[in-house]
Design a protein around this ligand. Structure first.
Ligand SMILES: C[S@@+](CC[C@H](N)C(=O)[O-])C[C@H]1O[C@@H](n2cnc3c(N)ncnc32)[C@H](O)[C@@H]1O
Length: 288
């Protein structure tokens, strides 16, 4: 299982749900019992609790992260074998979980089993991330590293844009997909997280952590070292520009909120397609 630090989740979700319009298909104001699967530190759990009068249960396989989630109930468990009976919730949802699972379909089927009404996910398409930076080398380097990582990673980290098709394949009805953009901006005055991120770039931390995946993505060990050296040089330029107060960076991560209705599961045709299925795009604000 891919592991995440509490700091990473807190930092990358900051401001993510300032605009909650993309969550409309979840009909949060009418829910009585919601399950947030793969809740991590509870970044989505908190939003769910603010938007519903119903109970919110948070589940994760990582005990340390789960302990930080503020929920009505917490459950340690596996998304692909949920420890709940059929129809125990009227909404089962996850955020940035499916992109980390080897077989996301199994999890969605479990979501449908324990939900009596709606199943939803909030997932990014990491292939469509864009980065603009005042340090010239940053954008092309970030794209090179990201493309190679995606080629080597063993789960579908671009799943957001195809999640609606997966929902329909398993027989969910009335599937709706909304795309919105999570924007992360770094500009003066820099906060502690931005300063730490710059230091990590100058140390080449991320490239070192991702080295096995980058090698699977086609880079030789020498090419990984070369990428790391270029990354560190870029990081030093970022640190220098921050000291001068001239560094600016804007990253946009497209997320998809996908929701479907469970009552047709097992009753639809082989393809699971529904005449009522619809897909709409709505730009909003997000970050990752
Ligand atoms: C990228 S984090 C997302 C956390 C949170 N939903 C958020 O958006 O901040 C993915 C989470 O899924 C959890 N996870 C991964 N595989 C899991 C599984 N099979 N069952 C339950 N949780 C899992 C991880 O421990 C981690 O907390």
């Amino acid at each position: 299982m891919r592991r995440f630090s509490s700091d990473y989740l807190t930092d990358t979700r900051r401001g993510m749900w300032a605009d909650r319009s993309a969550l409309a298909p979840l009909a949060l104001d009418s829910r009585t019992r919601i399950l947030d699967v793969g809740c991590g530190t509870g970044e989505l759990t908190r939003v769910l609790r603010e938007e519903t009068d119903g109970e919110v249960v948070a589940l994760d396989a990582d005990r340390a992260l789960l302990d930080e989630a503020d929920a009505d109930y917490r459950a340690l468990g596996d998304a692909t074998r949920l420890p709940f009976c059929d129809d125990a919730f009227d909404l089962v949802v996850c955020q940035a979980l499916l992109i980390n699972l080897p077989d996301p379909r199994v999890a969605i089927e479990e979501f449908a089993r324990v939900s009596s009404d709606r199943v939803a996910c909030v997932e990014p398409d990491n292939a469509a991330v864009t980065v603009e930076s005042s340090v010239e080398a940053e954008s092309p380097l970030a794209k090179r590293a990201r493309d190679t990582y995606i080629a080597g990673v063993e789960t579908d980290v671009t799943l957001g844009s195809s999640a609606a098709a997966l929902f329909r394949e398993i027989g969910l009805a009335d599937v709706e997909s909304r795309r919105y953009e999570h924007e992360r901006v770094v500009e003066p005055p820099y906060d502690e997280a931005a300063l730490e991120a710059a230091k990590a770039k100058a140390a080449g931390t991320r490239i070192a952590e991702q080295a096995p995946t980058l090698r699977r993505g086609g880079l030789s060990p020498e090419a990984v070292d070369e990428l790391k050296n270029e990354w560190r040089a870029m990081g030093r330029d970022v640190v220098e520009a921050m000291a001068a107060g001239t560094y600016e960076r804007r990253a946009v991560v497209p997320f998809y909120v996908v929701a479907g209705q469970v009552d047709a599961v097992g009753e639809s045709g082989e393809s699971g397609e529904s005449d009522a299925a619809s897909e709409s795009d709505a730009a909003g604000e997000k970050r990752d």
